[in-house]
Structures are given as C-alpha cells and as structure tokens.
Design a protein around this ligand. Sequence first.
Ligand SMILES: NC(=O)c1ccc[n+]([C@@H]2O[C@H](COP(=O)([O-])OP(=O)(O)OC[C@H]3O[C@@H](n4cnc5c(N)ncnc54)[C@H](OP(=O)(O)O)[C@@H]3O)[C@@H](O)[C@H]2O)c1
Length: 235
Amino acid sequence: MALVAVVTGASRGLGLETCRQLAARGVHVVLTARTQEAVQTGLAALGAPAAGRGGAEGHVLDVADDASVAAFFDWLERGRGRADILVNNAGRTYGGWAAGLAGTDAATIAAALDNNALGAWRMIRCVLPAMNAAGYGRIVNVSSGMGQLSDMNGGAIAYRISKTALNAVTRVAHAEAGRNVKVNSVCPGWVRTAMSGPSATRSVEEGAAGIVWAAMLPDDGPSGGFFRDGRPIPW
Ligand SMILES: NC(=O)c1ccc[n+]([C@@H]2O[C@H](COP(=O)([O-])OP(=O)(O)OC[C@H]3O[C@@H](n4cnc5c(N)ncnc54)[C@H](OP(=O)(O)O)[C@@H]3O)[C@@H](O)[C@H]2O)c1
C-alpha cells in the first residue's frame, strides 16, 4: 500500500510542487486547499503523472478553521484511514514585508499566529496519536529563515513571529512523537511563488525538494530539527 500524504495549502506554489514530487515517488497525495475551486485547480495542475503513479485526490481544508479541520479528518478516516505523512505548508504573510514593531497591530500578529503556527498545531494534534500508534509518521512544518532567532531581523514582524512559533510547535510535537515518527521544520529558501514573487532566487522545484526530503526520511533519519536542502540550520 502506498504511503498517504496530506499536504495543506496545495493548490499552487510549494504545496502543489510538493504534491507533484511526492506522487512521482509513489506516494498517494491528498491535496488540500481552502476552497473547492482551489482544490480542483490544484488537482488539474497535478495532472496525469500523479494519477499514474502514487495517485492523488483532493479535499477542502482551511487550517485556521477548527470545524474545517474536524470535517477533513472525518472524511480522511472514512476513506484512506490515516495519514502517514503530513506537510504543513499552508501559510501567508500578514501586514506586508516592511511592517515592523510600530507598524503592526496586535490583531495582525494574532491572525498570523493563528494561521501559520496554530494551523499546523490543529493538524498535528489530529495525526500524531495515529502515527504514534502505527509506529510510522513524517511531519514537515514549512517554516522560514525569517523565523530563525539566530538570524532575526526587522520588518515582517507578524510573519516572523508566526514562523518562530511554528518552530516551537515542531519541537513540542517532536518531544511527543513516538518511535519512528519524525517531526521537522524546513525552510525552502527564497522561492519564486505568489508569496515571494519573480525576483526570488530559487525555483519552486528546488524549494519543494527539501520539503520532500523531510517527508520521505528513512527510519534512521533525523527528527526535531530545522533544515534547508536536507542540511541542518540554526533555530
Ligand atoms: N516562497 C518563499 O520564498 C517561502 C520562503 C520561506 C517559507 N515559505 C513558506 O512556504 C509555504 C508555501 O508558500 P508559497 O511560497 O508556496 O506561497 P503561496 O503560493 O502563496 O502558497 C501559500 C498557500 O497557502 C494557502 N493557505 C494560506 N492559509 C491557509 C489556510 N488557513 N488554510 C489552507 N491553506 C492556506 C494559500 O491559499 P489561499 O490562497 O487560499 O490563501 C496558498 O495556496 C508557506 O508556509 C510560506 O510561508 C515560502
């Protein structure tokens, strides 16, 4: 039986490319996005290669909405049963890249935390018990160098704090993960997607490769770390 991977925010960008690369490796991909229209767009973009290898299906999922997360797992459990791999890719920017301490209100920072960090927490608390019971799981939190405490800078305060908090979610989940359940944060680098624009230095294929590396780790692979291109980076 093929491994089953759930990828969030997967109708475009890094999420979609992660689905493509996982399906090419024989993984059955569950492509999720906030609206049915976006799910269909993503599945259409994934196209025949996915159908011919690991296969793909889609479902609506808004990781910032408790009811949407609950409905998604009801659907998953009735169908595929459980996820072997979870890629918490969904994320967005809040308040603009230039908005720093003074230029950002508390509500904006709270919204970023709710979406970018608690979205992953909502998902992990649903998959971790079954992964622990099965003795297999791979969880990838798509973080960012902008959340590194060791390289913290000004601006984009809501996004930065949300990604630092996401890294904390990684560490807590790692501490609660059982045998052969691996939880890691991955920075994809600066990637040419809708989020970062055409000036970014990396292709979406390059960015997604490091995510897929963490999603397909062997049993002796690392857990509880922060990686870019399969190499550890400081928190
Ligand atoms: N591109 C980069 O340079 C870069 C660098 C470091 C980290 N990242 C991270 O990589 C991830 C993917 O970003 P990307 O570059 O591929 O940008 P993107 O093309 O804007 O994709 C982000 C996706 O996340 C979805 N999303 C946001 N909030 C969601 C929610 N509550 N529920 C479900 N889906 C949600 C968006 O859907 P909607 O359009 O429906 O909101 C969108 O499809 C993000 O977590 C981002 O922070 C990107």
